[in-house]
Design a protein around this ligand. Structure first.
Ligand SMILES: C[S@@+](CC[C@H](N)C(=O)[O-])C[C@H]1O[C@@H](n2cnc3c(N)ncnc32)[C@H](O)[C@@H]1O
Length: 389
């Protein structure tokens, strides 16, 4: 078996695809504009733009609302397995995959002549392996190295093939390693914060903080701590990836941390949840900047005249929990009535029921999905709030 002498180089320009959860595309679009100065539309939960390998790293390290970052390697029409094989084999895989790379494939077929996912997986894998064996001089791929995961989609006979550069989904920042209460995903929490009038120098509170996600994500945004700073990505294991570039961009992100004082707090009726929030805050590097306490929402009294509440009150999904959830909305509404300069942004399962017990019609609402559950983000702007997200 020959060994491959040349270390493959990633092309200088690639097509980057960033995906996000349904409902938060506009938040991701704004983030991409801020990070790359690119105005690109979001289509079916994905934003595609041309960029460099350095942009792939930056996107993974810095985007707070993205689920994954891919490099698109193929985009062609195929109505037969032969066309699929030829289209995949034509891609310059040797530029992306190291000689010892382990190739895995997953995907979906929608409204297409090719409808068997498992057959498409097999054909794609074979086409990639054939190409790499020819280029590297192997009879068989050793596949003894790091994983390169390929995602394909066949939609109306159009095939797209992409390499996943993130690995574990990006909502897993790395600081949350224990679960207790049902937490909101970090990516969705960040998107809701972007939609709110939250701002780093504005007091911030979550009176149903659970494991602390809104307070922690909010503090990390305010202090400019990159969401991916503590975790690894799929490309960290790739021999052919530019490690120096990664470390310099990681350093650049670390240098951007802001040293400012913030007033971000959370409370919850459940002492175990608060303990978890404190533990996560420590792991997320913000424990000195945020405060948590054990408190029922009826005892929440903002200390400042104005500020922002972003929260995820109990949903009352089980019949036995409905009454106590409604009670908590009522308590919450009573407290906020006395603080008209505080804005409230609450993600709830049933918007009408929330309004009824909270005691006010919202100024606006937005449809979002918390995992698979359809929810509403209710907007209540405080007096003099900076609206407009
Ligand atoms: C959906 S969970 C919040 C999850 C949180 N966003 C997270 O990411 O972990 C709702 C939280 O409300 C708390 N809760 C329920 N009733 C409450 C009340 N009356 N006062 C304060 N907290 C309450 C529960 O203990 C639970 O932690």
């Amino acid at each position: 078996m020959k060994t491959y002498a040349r270390k493959p180089d990633f092309p200088t320009e690639t097509e980057i695809v960033v995906t996000c959860a349904s409902g938060v595309e506009s938040a991701l679009k704004k983030e991409i504009f801020r990070l790359f100065q690119k105005e690109v539309p979001a289509i079916n939960g994905a934003i595609t733009f041309k960029g460099s390998v350095s942009d792939v790293v930056k996107a993974n390290l810095n985007l707070r609302t993205a689920e994954r970052v891919y490099i698109k390697t193929g985009d062609f029409e195929a109505k037969s397995f032969d066309e699929l094989f030829d289209g995949v084999k034509a891609v310059r895989w040797e530029d992306f995959i190291a000689a010892d790379g382990k190739v895995t494939v997953n995907g979906k077929c929608v409204k297409s002549a090719l409808f068997s996912i498992s057959d498409c997986q097999r054909i794609i894998k074979k086409a990639v392996a054939d190409r790499l064996c020819e280029k590297f001089g192997y009879n068989r791929l050793p596949e003894s190295g790091a994983e390169y995961h390929l995602e394909f989609s066949v939609f109306k006979d159009r095939v797209a093939v992409m390499i996943d550069t993130s690995g574990v989904a990006l909502h897993k920042r790395g600081y949350r390693d224990k679960t207790g209460v049902t937490p909101i995903k970090e990516t969705l929490a960040s998107a809701i914060l972007f939609y709110s009038d939250f701002y780093r120098i504005r007091p911030f509170y979550d009176p149903f903080c659970g494991s602390g996600t809104f307070v922690i994500e909010g503090a990390r945004i305010a202090l400019n701590i990159a969401p991916g700073i503590d975790r690894r990505f799929a490309f960290n294991d790739w021999k052919n990836f530019d490690e120096k570039l990664y470390f310099s961009l990681k350093q650049e992100a670390a240098d951007g941390v802001r040293d400012i004082k913030i007033d971000f707090c959370g409370s919850d009726i459940d002492a175990k949840a608060v303990e978890l929030a404190e533990y996560h805050a420590k792991r997320a590097g913000v424990s000195g900047a945020v405060k948590f306490s054990v408190k029922a929402v009826k005892d929440f009294k903002p200390r400042q005249d104005f500020g922002t509440v972003v929260t995820n009150p109990p949903y009352g999904v089980k019949a036995s929990d409905i009454r106590s959830a409604e009670e908590s909305y009522k308590d919450f509404g009573c407290v906020m009535k006395d603080f008209p300069a505080w804005s409230v942004f609450a993600i709830v399962k049933d918007g009408k029921r929330f309004e009824k017990f909270f005691g006010r019609k919202s100024d606006r609402e937005r449809k979002l999905y918390n995992s698979e559950l359809e929810c509403r983000l209710k907007y209540y702007y405080g007096k003099n709030s900076e609206k407009g997200n």
